[in-house]
Design a protein around this ligand. Structure first.
Ligand SMILES: [Fe+2]
Length: 571
């Protein structure tokens, strides 16, 4: 059975959920926010379509829900580029990095929600972070002026920039800033992308950036991680653009078996002028990853959970004409989704030693069921990141119905067709930090269940004012709940687990009152409920419209630009 068809066919709607099994605990608070796409099914890769934010209140009766029910809300992210699209959809065409138009490239902001204190941001790899109002979920502004980012990653016409960045910037609780990256197309030392570390201080409209001298690579930096003293960047070898495919040819690029990692000391940037090149400490890691998470406290070493994506090619999208790995015609509704994992995934905790350049493995886990390591649930409070205890991971199982014969042929010699031709169930698993010992596992035996984007909700968050606002009673990942969304064509469910005993199964299950389905969701995050927009200095779209940028757009389109700028000025 392939993944549920409702991932691509369900509509974005608001609805209410009710408890259908177990008892909803009264010590869970806050909200779960999801990034997702408004999949028009007009782009080759659905993950480049316009972003939406979905929100599930974890408290019954909140956000307008009836008593005893839980609100699900979905809102389109109305960036300036989306507003221009709404005025002139005929001028936007799909590309390898989302919609392009005479106004410039688009910021779909569809990949990850990023709560930060009392503010909420959303992100994606091919644009700046976007701020939303955490109460209404309306667009508020984009992060950092184009000029302060050092201009577009490659020269483009229009009033919208192309800022190739990261879907996972990280919040520094000590410096009170955001660390992310910018990737510039360069010709030296080879043709490729040169990364720069980017810092944004939240009450301002400019960022600072420091290019990594002498480095050019060919994929992306999907995640930025950190310890107290270091910023950690890694080449996401799992997502590679194929120039031949972009121009209509057959895909021949494959993902890497290992990828470079770069460490940069934060204090070397403290007084360094923006734009000054820096030299990082380089390592190699295998397998390649999309996501990795460092322990904040680096007193005893730079310790990082490496969520391996062995043979998961996220840039390989399915086509309507595809056959699956067993030779069956694929459901055309799956077109645009990515080709799923072609090997079980390895999760590993490692220590990077900047003095010797060595990577030391502390513990790892891989079994025949660890297919499609999707996403994890972590205690993101400063205290939880300092002393993490448990790491919860959703595995979607082997899905031969989502592995194309084209991909299996392209990866011939690197995959075992016998293994990837058999379906296995999904599972939510708990690992001990450090050893990566498997502590608990809950299996989803119904192959129609597609588990996705879990999050950790701390118990007693905000109760102790001596702790950070996202911290629960006992930080680290064991004291609280794992919220596990389950997509199924018979209705979307939310399953709630006690984080200390995931193996005991869910303590409560929510389902839509009309068994509603939801579209594919990408990352999720937990945050305390916020009912107002924090005051801060924010970037206005109108301030980005210089004479030179305006002159690069045909005059008959200027009215649309001014209309969008005026509407954004009123936010
Ligand atoms: Fe991600």
């Amino acid at each position: 059975m392939p993944v549920p068809g409702s991932l691509t066919t369900a509509a974005h709607t608001d609805f209410e959920l009710e408890v259908v099994a177990g008892a909803w605990p009264n010590d869970i608070t806050g909200e779960m926010v999801f990034s997702t796409v408004q999949n028009s099914r007009k782009l080759d890769a659905a993950i480049f379509d316009w972003g939406a934010i979905c929100r599930l209140s974890l408290e019954s009766g909140a956000r307008g829900a009836a008593a005893g029910r839980f609100a699900w809300q979905s809102r389109s992210i109305q960036t300036p580029s989306k507003r221009l699209f709404d005025l002139h959809p005929e001028l936007f065409v799909g590309s390898a990095t989302g919609y392009q138009s005479p106004f410039g490239p688009s910021n779909a902001s569809n990949t990850a929600p990023l709560p930060w204190g009392n503010r909420l941001f959303t992100t994606w790899d091919a644009g700046r972070p976007v701020e939303l109002n955490p109460d209404t979920l309306e667009f508020v502004g984009e992060v950092g002026s184009i000029d302060s980012w050092g201009d577009s990653s490659m020269a483009t016409a229009g009033v919208l920039p192309f800022l190739f960045s990261s879907a996972h910037p990280v919040v520094d609780p000590e410096r009170n800033c955001l660390w992310t990256v910018k990737l510039d197309f360069v010709m030296e030392p080879t043709f490729g992308l040169r990364p720069a570390v980017v810092r944004w201080d939240p009450d301002g409209t400019t960022v600072k950036f420091w290019p990594l001298e002498g480095i050019a690579f060919s994929s992306s930096i999907h995640t930025v991680s950190q310890t107290r003293n270091w910023v950690i960047l890694a080449d996401s070898g799992n997502f590679k653009a194929d120039p031949e495919e972009i121009f209509g040819g057959e895909r021949s690029v494959t993902i890497d078996n290992e990828a470079p990692v770069w460490l940069i000391r934060k204090d070397q940037l403290d007084d360094l002028a923006s734009g000054t090149p820096i030299t990082p400490i380089a390592f190699m890691m295998s397998p390649s990853v999309g996501h990795y998470y460092a322990r904040w406290d680096d007193t005893d070493g730079i310790s990082v959970v490496w969520e391996g994506m062995d043979l998961m090619d996220l840039g390989f999208y399915l086509k309507p004409s595809d056959l699956d790995v067993n030779g069956k015609a694929m459901d055309p509704d799956l077109a645009g989704l990515y080709n799923m994992a072609m090997a079980p995934e390895t999760i590993v905790e490692v220590q990077f030693d900047p003095a010797t350049g060595k990577v030391m493995e502390q513990g790892s886990y891989k079994a025949d069921w660890t297919f499609n390591l999707q996403l994890s649930a972590i205690d993101w409070s400063t205290e939880g990141m300092s002393r993490p205890t448990l790491h919860h991971v959703s595995y979607q199982g082997c899905r031969p119905g989502n592995i194309s014969d084209r991909a299996a042929r392209l990866y011939e010699g690197r995959i075992d067709r016998d293994i990837v031709s058999r379906e296995t169930p999904g599972a939510l698993a708990t690992f001990e930090r450090g050893s990566m010992d498997l502590k608990a596992r809950w299996e989803y035996t119904d192959l129609g269940d597609h588990i996705t984007s879990p999050t950790f909700a701390p118990r007693g968050a905000g109760a102790d004012t001596s702790k950070s606002s996202y911290s629960g009673n006992q930080p680290g990942g064991h004291d609280g709940y794992v919220v596990q969304p389950v997509q199924n064509d018979n209705g979307f469910r939310i399953e709630l687990f006690d984080a200390a005993s995931v193996g005991a199964g869910p303590v409560a299950v929510l389902q839509g009152t009309n068994k509603e389905c939801v579209p594919m969701v990408l990352h999720s995050a937990w945050m305390p409920a916020r009912y107002e927009l924090a005051s801060a200095q924010r970037l206005k779209f109108s301030s980005e419209i210089t004479d030179a940028r305006l002159a690069s757009v045909a005059e008959e389109l200027h009215a649309a630009i001014h209309k969008v700028a005026a509407a954004c000025d009123e936010i």
